[in-house]
Design a protein around this ligand. Structure first.
Ligand code: DGY
Length: 341
C-alpha cells in the first residue's frame, strides 16, 4: 500500500473554511462533497463505507443505518454544537466518537438572537421594505411604531451558555431578565440549573416567565424532551403582544400553533432563525405575516466563528484518529473503536 493510501480517509460533506480543509489534508485524505446542497443519503451511504471519519453538517442525517454502513468509521465530527442529526446511541454502541463545536459559537449566536429581538421590536425589516417600496412620504407620528426594548422583560428558556450570553446583552438595555431551565417535565422549570447566575436575572417557573415577559427567547437543544415543548398552550400563556425569538431548533415549537397565535393577534411578532422544516416553504403562511422575521439558520454565521468551528471539527477528527476522545465530545462515555487495518 502506498504511503498516501495508508493515510486515513475523511468524508467532508460540504466545502468548509479553506484553512481548516488544509489542516485536515495535513494528516488525512480528504473526500470532499463540493456541492452547495447536502449529499443525498445514497451518496452518504456510499462514501462513508470506506471512511475512517466523517465531517458532517447539521443537515446530514447520520442515523444507525449510516453508522452500520461504515465499518472503519471512528469519528463523526459535526460542524455544530447541536448533534440532533446524529444517532448518538448508535454511535456510542459502535465505538464511534461524536465531536461537536460548543463554546466557540456562543457569543455569535447570542448576537444574532439579540439582533432578531431588536429587529422584531422596532420593525426594522418591515420599515426597510416600506422605504424600498417608496411608501416613506413624510415623518409620521403614527408610522412604524414598535416596542421598547429598554426596560422591557426578557424571558430566556434554556439557561445554557447561549441563554446566559443573551442575558448579558439584555443587561445593557436595562431589561428585566427571567429565566427557566427546563427539566424533564414538559411544563416545569428547573431553577438555576447551571448554578451560574447573571446579576439581575431571576429564575422563575415557566408559567411565570411566559406571563410576564415582553420577549421570550428559546435557547434549548433539540432533545426528545424539548421537541414540541412550545405549543398552543404555551403561546396562550404568553403575555398579549409578546414577541417570540427562536435561534435554537425549529422543532422545539409547533409552528402551526405559532401561526395561529400570531394571526389571532395574541402575539406581537416572532423572529425565527430556525424553522421546521428547513428551509421553510416559500408559501408557508408564517411568511405572509408582516410581523414575522425569518432568517436562514445563520446563528453562528460569522467568518471568524465558522472558521473556528471548522478548526475544532478538524481537531476533533485528529484526536479520534490518534486514539483519543475528541476535545469536544458529545458522547464521552464511548469506548473508541481501534483502527481497522
Ligand atoms: C449549531 O451549532 O447547532 C447551530 O445551530 C449552527 O451553528
Amino acid at each position: 500500500m502506498s504511503e498516501e493510501a495508508s493515510r486515513p480517509l475523511v468524508f467532508v460533506t460540504r466545502p468548509i473554511a479553506e484553512q481548516a480543509l488544509a489542516e485536515l489534508a495535513g494528516f488525512a485524505r480528504v473526500d470532499l462533497w463540493e456541492d452547495e446542497m447536502p449529499p443525498p443519503r445514497d451518496v452518504i451511504l456510499g462514501r462513508i463505507a470506506g471512511a475512517d471519519a466523517i465531517l458532517s453538517l447539521l443537515t446530514d442525517g447520520i442515523d444507525a443505518a449510516v453508522i452500520a454502513a461504515a465499518p472503519r468509521l471512528r469519528v463523526i465530527s459535526n460542524l455544530a454544537v447541536g448533534v440532533d442529526n446524529i444517532d448518538l446511541d448508535a454511535a456510542t454502541a459502535s465505538g464511534v466518537a461524536v465531536g461537536h463545536t460548543p463554546g466557540v459559537l456562543t457569543e455569535t449566536t447570542a448576537d444574532l438572537a439579540f439582533a432578531l429581538l431588536m429587529a422584531a421590536a422596532r420593525r426594522i425589516v418591515e420599515a426597510d421594505s416600506y422605504t424600498r417600496q417608496g411608501r416613506w412620504r413624510t415623518w409620521g407620528p403614527r408610522v412604524m411604531l414598535g416596542r421598547d426594548v429598554f426596560g422591557a422583560a426578557l424571558g430566556i428558556i434554556g439557561w445554557g451558555a447561549i441563554g446566559r450570553a443573551m442575558a448579558r446583552r439584555a443587561a445593557g438595555f436595562a431589561m428585566r431578565v427571567l429565566y427557566a431551565a427546563r427539566a424533564d417535565k414538559p411544563h416545569q422549570a428547573r431553577i438555576g440549573a447551571t448554578g451560574q447566575e447573571i446579576a439581575g436575572a431571576s429564575a422563575v417557573a415557566l408559567s411565570e416567565l411566559l406571563g410576564e415577559s415582553d420577549f421570550v427567547s428559546l435557547h434549548v437543544p433539540l432533545t426528545p424532551e424539548t421537541r414540541g415543548m412550545f405549543g398552543a398552550r404555551e403561546f396562550r400563556a404568553m403575555k398579549p403582544g409578546a414577541i417570540l425569538i427562536n435561534t435554537a431548533r425549529g422543532e422545539v415549537i409547533d409552528q402551526r400553533a405559532l401561526y395561529e397565535a400570531l394571526a389571532a393577534g395574541h402575539l406581537g411578532g416572532a423572529a425565527l432563525d430556525v424553522t421546521s422544516p428547513e428551509p421553510i416553504a416559500p408559501d408557508d403562511p408564517l411568511l405572509k405575516l408582516p410581523n414575522v422575521i425569518v432568517t436562514p439558520h445563520i446563528g453562528s454565521a460569522s467568518q471568524a466563528t465558522r472558521l473556528r468551528m471548522a478548526q475544532i471539527a478538524v481537531g476533533n477528527i485528529r484526536d479520534a484518529l490518534a486514539g483519543r476522545l475528541p476535545a469536544y465530545c458529545a458522547n464521552p462515555a464511548v469506548r473508541l473503536k481501534t483502527k481497522i487495518a
